[in-house]
Design a protein around this ligand. Sequence first.
Ligand code: HEM
Length: 429
Amino acid sequence: MTIPGVEQLSPRQGLRILWTLRRGPAGLPEALLQARAALGDIFRLRLGRLDLVVVGHPTALREALVEKRAAFSWRVEGEPIVRLLRQGLLVQDGASHAYARRTMERSNRRRHFLPRLAALRNPIEKLTHQWVSGRTYDMLVEMRRIALVLFEAVYFSHDPTPELPKLWKPILALIKYIGPGPWLLWGASEPPPQALKVIDEHLYSLIRARKKALNPPDDLLSHLLEAYSDAGIIRDHLLTMLIAGHDTSTAALAWSLYELGCQPEWQEHLRSEIQGYFGDTCPTPEAVLELPLLDAFVREVLRLYPPIHAGNRRVVEPTDLLGYPLPPGQRVLLSYYLAHTHPAFWEEPLAFRPERWMAGEKNESFAYVPFSGGPRMCIGAPFAQVELRWVLSLLLRKYRFFLREKHVHPYMGATLEPRPSLYMQIERV
Ligand code: HEM
């Protein structure tokens, strides 16, 4: 049985997909939908060095993430993400992954991070103090700043605000480096050296300072120092968490604000729910999980705009997905985006409708996998779930948001982001 591939496309279908892809990563979401419509739930893309099997059917995702997971490796040697993260959690398999995962799970438990978040009191007050009511800001930039500061506060017990002007461009350069690009066809180069130097210096200085601390805080950095003597491996895990832990939340928060700009009635629904529950008191990170409208809204954002839209794997022993055989060495893309928009599992899959979650639209569990699934699902999911709801509650209580950007489109870089930017006018409530 051969997997349907690009060669099976009619010239018309092929040209249509190529035309969509002329916009590069901005055309990818639509091109994937077109390829599935033409080729089915599993298909193969071959171009230059690229030979990729793409699957986005919930059954195939369950097979790859749970039942047949031993046949897939997360580490694809030579790819930018492996060159950058080296021995980091995201690109490890087997015993080294299991040890790192156990070490890092501690800081990702709710009972561990909730008090750390609550101790920040109302971080949005401080993080938006320069906003002027009536002015327009790029919310993609603003949300990245908020996500970075919250991440480092909780996991590194550090406030990076004074260093942000120095760190900003290097972080963006590293994120761009690991996203899809021409390297897929021609092979990857080394990470941009200048950006790498600045971020490495940041991480190694945190490690050095912590080694000297007399009363080290109980956070991820301390847990890693207890578990490893090699500063290089600690750097790899810190960089993995730093990138995976803020770029994703940045995208999810930005898409949330975009949809709130498109659907102002949802801003009012959520604001009344938050005010009804908290009154004049400040929303707490624990209690925001109790708000059903906010919950439905965030779930729908993560369905239609999954920040990590795909999982990249390499087959390491003969296996099959949906009954199609896959040989060792084959690269496979698990498309969470295609599962979230599968017409057999979602009514009006491309419509943003938070109501579907309140009506209890029932679904196959692997049709909704914003944090992936199985034993290697996102380690930061408990934190992200709280963070998104808390930041949105704190923002909505204080501001109204008006969309000023006309042509926002989803861009499949390292994460699925609103591009080219997200200009919104803000007004104090
Ligand atoms: C909205 C926010 C987030 C989303 C949507 C998200 C999504 C995901 C997904 C889909 C995966 C699996 C990737 C794959 O299949 O290849 C993943 C893995 C991972 N995520 Fe997240 N993530 C989020 C936030 C976070 C945060 C806050 C952290 C850290 C604090 C984090 C750290 C990681 C790590 C380290 C892995 C690899 C886990 C392993 O291999 O054991 N993520 N995430």
